[in-house]
Ligand binder design. Sequence first.
Ligand code: NAD
Length: 359
Amino acid sequence: MVYKITLIPGDGIGPEVSEAARHCVDATGVKIDWEIAEAGADVIPKYGTPLPASTLASIRKNKVALKGPLTTPIGTGFRSVNVAIRKELDLYACLRPTRSYKGVRSRYENIDLVIVRENTEDLYAGIEFEEGKPETKTLISEIEKLSKKNIRPDSGLSIKPISVSGSKRIAKFAFEYAVRHQRKKVTAISKANIMKFTDGLFFSATREVAKDYEGKIEYEERLIDNMCMQLVQKPELYDVLCLPNLYGDILSDLCAGLIGGLGIAPGANLGEGIAVFEAIHGSAPKYAGQNKVNPTAMILSAVLMLDYLGENDAARRLDNAVAAVIAAGKDVTYDLKPDRNDPTAVGTSQMADAIIAAL
Ligand code: NAD
């Protein structure tokens, strides 16, 4: 069988890490016909948008994409392309497994956490009102009338919608993931004591879904501030974490920090029958074109993709090859060396070659 998959190389370090991941996937023997699709700030002059319709059409058609990071252009009037792809394709679940790899310097060992982040709602919905604009003033006075609370007239507003259906959908995803991957517990996280009608709603929805899994998967709730401390002090107590969009974003980076940084943290954005796989890290523009950065996060995102395709044997082989190269510590990029200036550090493509050799 040949899979047709959309490949968005991205910009900044995107093309280098995407190329590395593509070579590794091809070397597993899984047959993939890659359809290259463009996106990002660089294509604005050509298409008038950083997200051409043809790119979205390619993902919709192929149902699976591997995507390099994309820079969010500042001051062009365009919002994040990454957020736009998630919204356009209703990729409502962001999955970020966070596992320790032997050989990566970190303060922690044996971390094995899975973040399930809601991807379409919350303060990330992009419903914002700029300070001083007439519509912002109208909204402020309307809110003051309805809530009997004052808002400073020089305020900007960001709206935080969280729905019952959206919260139940992400909770179900988290529990189903837990069942399929033999995990034991789902922890729902929010700030329900303060934001009762959004975060409180999130908890009541996840609690409702948890009832369907009683006896199979344990369920608990934590407040986000407490959770940050708990993860730093006792990460071994946690398993699958289910969060609304913003908290999920922040905790993903915290968890990446627990395993030694963004260079090795993979991710997936999933909807109904459609999936886009990408590293957590961004386009790190200052390293662009230097064949320097770590390709691991992108390669591990491709491992998630292989699992999604049902190519579990290839996924395990690639994951083991990555683990072996990192553990050996020789053919790794600068960030995985004890000293960042270590002259024996290899480049992005050389690390990918070493992983291919270890397959
Ligand atoms: P970043 O993740 O691009 O880089 C931050 C730092 O992390 C880098 O300077 C580098 O030191 C380190 N780093 C990142 N990836 C690495 C790798 N593979 N190997 C080794 N070190 C690595 O974050 P940023 O600088 O905040 O964002 C740059 C751009 O990327 C922004 O425009 C941002 O909007 C965008 N971004 C895109 C995505 C995405 O495409 N999904 C995600 C996050 C940020």
